[in-house]
Design a protein around this ligand. Structure first.
Ligand code: MV4
Length: 475
């Protein structure tokens, strides 16, 4: 068996840096952290064996690939874990690591590049029999071409960025007038976000569920999946809560979609950990959407129901070890749910609320996990995403999992900044959510109820006033 790495550099910050350090410790690997001045008081910097300031500014240091690789070389690092965001899906970084004799803990630069092109990925998947939505076969050259394809496919359609992923450059168009209005704006948005304005068009699926499969693939041709996550609870393409397994899948559909996800990974010559995203409609039809070539924020729910440490598996695969798990060994036990606890004000359009944490008490007990990076006295900087911690709970049944999340959210005390905790508590109380019935429209359809929990039903006010009057009159 090839020897394990001795030292790993983490090219990231925050909770995922802490998460990677935990995996390295259990594998007996020394860790090197990097940080900006704005992150000098953060926890992962203290947990790593060595930590180095990278500048300039709060963000640039984490994106400076050549500087990070120089540092790694200087410090005798064997491999770099990119986490998510920053350099994780940058093929140039993966290639520069390879060229410097440092292992990139992730897929090959070629796989990152090929799957980053959403049109190309669609073609690859279609060619091996994976369902994709009807769409333009390539990127669009002109508005007229977009219209022609939309007419061919039939409205409604969605304009998407070829270099995209996530929510930017997306537009739903219900008729030709809407394509005219949306085309240039979507191009501009895509060019600004991805450096490439290319668009393609796809049939729009109304109110689907977002289902994604976790993949592991080694360098010996073994590819497996670890089941799915349901990420339908989103707001403006920001995931807020994720669940494994999806309450919407039965065993037959799980097996079939899982086989398709593994087929997708094989078709892309994929290695390491990745995620195959599908849209699922109300009739149980599913369509490939894209493949993400990184560890995802929501990976803990998969870990909790399978018992597999995905970050450790990434490191083992990158070190050249064969997968120790076969598909038939993967068992999904119970349910897991993750709530993203963000420093945001749900009652003020989820505006970020950076500031000092004046009190912090995290929940515990059976089936409760925290992936975080904050503590009492820590000041949340304004420069990064606003995620403070991920609260993940596990239960034997869906009902037990929902109740455990409710209880854990009640226990979670964070003072000094507003957080998304009250919003998550409202979700737990929603009858449709408790029945496992929700689509990507769930949050949008109930934004008032979910964000204004204190607003009283007028009937409650009437009852309260009558009770007060009754008490006063001595009835
Ligand atoms: C779609 C779609 C429906 N039809 N594509 C793509 C990126 C991801 N962040 C959202 N994506 C979607 N692509 C087609 N052809 C629905 C989504 C979608 C979504 C759309 C609107 C509001 C919330 C959404 C949540 C997840 C997915």
């Amino acid at each position: 068996m090839p020897s394990m790495f001795k030292k790993v550099l983490i090219a990231n910050r925050g909770e995922i840096a802490s998460r990677i350090i935990r995996a390295c410790k259990e594998l007996d690997i020394a860790t090197v952290a990097i940080y900006s001045e704005a992150d000098s008081t953060t926890l992962y910097v203290k947990k790593a064996d060595e930590s180095y300031l990278v500048g300039p500014g709060p963000v640039e240091g984490y994106l400076n690939l050549y500087r990070i690789i120089d540092l790694a070389t200087q410090k005798g690092v064997d491999a770099i874990h990119p986490g998510y965001g920053f350099l994780a899906e940058n093929p140039e970084f993966a290639r520069a690591c390879r060229d410097s004799g440092i292992v990139f803990i992730g897929p090959t630069p070629e796989a990152i590049r090929d799957l980053g092109d959403k049109v190309r990925a669609r073609q690859t998947m279609e060619s091996v029999g994976i369902p994709v939505l009807p769409g333009s076969p390539g990127s669009l050259e002109t508005l007229e071409e977009a219209e022609a394809w939309a007419t061919e496919i039939g409205y409604p359609v969605m304009l998407k960025a070829t270099a995209g992923g996530g929510g930017r450059g997306l537009r739903v168009c219900r008729d030709s007038g809407e394509i005219h209005k949306a085309y240039e704006a979507a191009r501009r948005e895509a060019a600004a976000a991805f450096g490439r304005g290319d668009l393609f068009v796809e049939k729009y699926l109304d109110a689907p569920r977002h289902i994604e499969f976790q993949i592991l693939a080694d360098h010996f041709g073994h590819s497996i999946h670890l089941g799915e996550r349901d990420c339908s609870i989103q707001r403006r393409h920001q995931k807020l809560l994720e669940i494994a397994p999806s309450p919407a899948l039965d065993e037959r559909l799980r097996r079939e979609m899982g086989e398709m996800a593994v087929r997708a990974a094989r078709a892309a010559h994929y290695t390491n950990a990745g995620t195959v995203e599908f849209l699922l409609d109300g009739a149980g039809r599913y369509y490939f959407m894209e493949m993400n070539t990184r560890i995802q924020v929501e990976h803990p729910v998969t870990e909790e129901v399978t018992g597999v440490d995905i970050v450790q598996e990434m490191i083992r695969i990158a070190a050249g070890q064969p997968l120790g798990i076969r598909q038939e060994d993967v068992q999904i036990r119970g349910y897991a749910m993750e709530c993203r606890i963000n420093a945001e004000d749900p009652r003020n359009d989820f505006l970020p609320t950076p500031g000092r944490i004046t009190a912090y008490y995290s929940p515990g007990g059976i089936g409760v996990r925290i992936d975080g990076n904050i503590y009492r006295g820590y000041t949340v900087p304004p420069y990064y995403d606003s995620m403070l911690a991920k609260l993940t709970v596990r239960g034997r049944t869906w009902e037990e999992t929902v109740r455990r999340m409710e209880r854990s959210l009640d226990e979670f005390i964070i003072r000094g900044v507003k957080t998304t905790i009250p919003f998550h508590r409202q979700i737990m109380r929603d009858p449709a959510f408790r029945r496992g019935e929700f689509t990507t429209h769930f949050v949008e359809d109930r934004i008032e109820e979910l964000t204004y929990p204190e607003t009283r039903d007028p009937l409650d006010v009437v009852l309260a006033v009558s009770a007060a009057l009754a008490a006063h009159s001595g009835v």
